[in-house]
Design a protein around this ligand. Structure first.
Ligand code: CP3
Length: 390
């Protein structure tokens, strides 16, 4: 793909987010404090979210630009985190191209059927992924509204260096990686071990390949839409990649994840470097999965700037697996959010200390915020991260 320069109004091009703590960390620079955000920071842990969602189904909320935008902003205002993560879901692009899918509360994405064999895959891949470009207006509008709010009313934590004296909080766009989407599509819903996907990749590699290629194209377009509309970073969630071996990952998964990311790798913005000379930078990309200790090097290898680490591996060990020089994101065990404060505080400080082994660190959890989390604890953790790392 040939390079595309983001519009001058994009927060990265306009200099609003390019020197934020988050974007600087994603390019390997440390700032005045370690940036922090939480996976699933928007959602059921917040009473204001539960109030707003009454009577609206999950996917309807995702496709209502005013609601999706408001839900995205709630945790940024409340916790003073260094990024918003766009309120949506990995199955939204499937819904937008007409796939029969809903999200059942407490369960997750459920499809009208399972796409577990060649016939199912043929039916699914008969849909043209480019249809997304005709139906993604609610995404573009929700992102644009969110970014406009972040630019005007939610200042970034602080921006310490360079000529920029103020900035705004960046929005992170995201998409599901092809394997994680395939784990749901082949089962027709959530599963524990993702057996149907692991079977199909070996039983019918041709059908698997077709499923992965199609999914990569669709999810890549979804991610691109968010960045073009104003997101300052992109995270690819391969949540369930930890279910497969390194060999299977490299052969049957990594090429599709790389193809999905090709949809954002060509997006760039113009800026000036430390000496004031003009330079072009690409949009930062993060890659995360659960239980991926064996895969971290390969997950970095598909071409991402930052690797997200779950809570099973300390960050200083992750540095050795990913390779030195790579910024890391993570990795407090979400279970500790319910522990007594002294226990939690010690764990936060330990994560920060181990994160010093990487060139830059974005503090996060090792997976999503549990719905029953006391939100005042999250606010306190965010403040501690800023204070302890300053
Ligand atoms: O704050 C954020 O992190 C942004 C929003 C976000 C959601 N889904 C909203 C959501 C993000 C980044 C996702 C991604 C997502 N969705 C992933 C990858 C990240 C991960 O957690 O591993 C996956 C695997 C899904 C699929 C999915 N959607 C699951 C497993 C669930 C949870 C089911 C449940 O009720 O426990 C969903 C639904 C969902 N997506 C909710 C939210 C806030 C809960 C819906 C509700 O409030 O009822």
């Amino acid at each position: 793909m040939s390079g595309v320069i983001l519009s001058p109004q994009h927060p990265l091009s306009a200099g609003l987010t390019s020197d934020s703590r988050l974007v600087r960390a994603y390019r390997g620079e440390r700032s005045d404090a370690t940036p922090v955000w939480f996976m699933r920071q928007a959602g059921r842990s917040l009473p204001e979210y539960r109030d707003l969602r009454v009577g609206t189904r999950m996917l309807d909320a995702c496709l209502d630009p005013a609601m999706a935008s408001e839900i995205t902003l709630q945790p940024v205002r409340r916790h003073k985190v260094d990024a918003g993560i766009f309120f949506s879901d990995i199955v939204v692009p499937l819904k937008l191209v007409g796939v029969d899918v809903e999200i059942q509360p407490g369960r997750g994405p459920v499809f009208g059927r399972a796409y577990a064999d060649a016939a199912g895959v043929a039916e699914l891949t008969a849909i043209d992924p480019a249809r997304l470009d005709e139906t993604s207006a609610p995404i573009t509008e929700a992102v644009a509204r969110t970014v406009a709010e972040l630019n005007t009313t939610v200042p970034a934590g602080s921006v310490s260096t360079g000529s920029t004296s103020s900035g705004s909080t960046p929005l992170i766009g995201f998409a599901g990686a092809p394997f994680t989407l395939a784990a749901y599509l082949t089962e027709g819903g959530p599963s524990k071990d993702h057996l149907a996907a692991r079977t199909l990749m070996h039983a019918d590699p041709g059908a698997w390949r077709a499923l992965m290629d199609w999914t990569a194209e669709l999810t890549g377009r979804f991610l691109r839409t968010q960045v073009l509309a104003g997101a300052s970073a992109a995270q690819l969630f391969d949540s369930w990649a930890g279910a497969i071996s390194l060999a299977d990952y490299e052969t049957h998964v990594a090429p599709a994840s790389a193809a999905a990311l090709a949809h954002v790798h060509d997006l760039a913005y113009e800026t000036t470097d430390a000496s004031g000379a003009p330079s072009t930078r690409s949009v930062p990309v993060v890659h995360f999965g659960v239980g991926t200790g064996e895969l971290l090097g390969a997950m970095h290898g598909i071409g991402v700037d930052t690797v997200g680490v779950d809570y099973r591996i300390p960050l200083d060990v992750a540095v050795q697996r990913v390779g030195e020089g790579v910024p890391l994101q993570g990795n407090l065990d979400p279970a500790l959010l319910a522990a007594p404060w002294p226990v939690l505080e010690a764990a936060v400080r330990d994560v920060l200390r181990r994160g010093e082994a990487a060139p830059a660190h974005v503090f996060n959890l090792g997976h999503g915020v549990p719905p029953e989390t006391d939100p005042t604890v999250l606010t306190r953790v965010a403040a501690l991260v800023h204070e302890a790392s300053a």
